[in-house]
Design a protein around this ligand. Structure first.
Ligand SMILES: [Zn+2]
Length: 141
């Protein structure tokens, strides 16, 4: 009997990468984590070993509420990747979390991203679960 073709999967981040491992491990528990410098209070995102404000290494982890707003976005209408091709049109957006980090993600839960999204719109995280981690996506709040 022929096997059913597997549905295309989202490409996932590598869990073993030293700087971002703690971030992705926390996503298993649906925690959206970021770093802040103990010395100068600069918010650091994406995760890394040094502060982008003072180059110090006294960074602590915090958990964001998952609420934020759209800083900017673009609508993808054509993709050659099998996973993303099935999702066009979709929005790729910079999200400003209420706590300060800015991260790149997708906006889900909208019919027509070109018409339904605006700069500054309030959004909230929605987790896409996978075996070893979850992907933080966002939907209008
Ligand atoms: Zn600093």
């Amino acid at each position: 009997m022929a096997e059913q073709p597997r549905e295309p999967q989202r490409p996932l981040p590598r869990l073993k990468e030293l700087d971002t491992r703690a971030f992705w491990e926390a996503t298993r528990n649906k925690e959206l984590r970021y770093q802040r410098c103990d010395d100068c209070e600069t918010v650091v995102f994406y995760p890394r070993r040094h502060c982008t404000g003072c180059l110090g290494s006294n960074l602590s982890w915090y958990t964001a509420s998952g609420k934020g707003s759209i800083y900017s976005f673009s609508v993808v209408r054509q993709s050659y990747h099998p996973f993303f091709r099935s999702r066009v049109p979709y929005a790729v957006a910079w999200i400003d979390l209420d706590e300060g980090p800015r991260l790149l993600s997708n906006i889900v839960g909208v019919e027509d991203p070109g018409a339904d999204l605006t700069i500054g719109q309030q959004v909230v995280v929605e987790w896409e679960e996978h075996e070893e981690l979850s992907i933080p996506l966002f939907r209008p709040a």
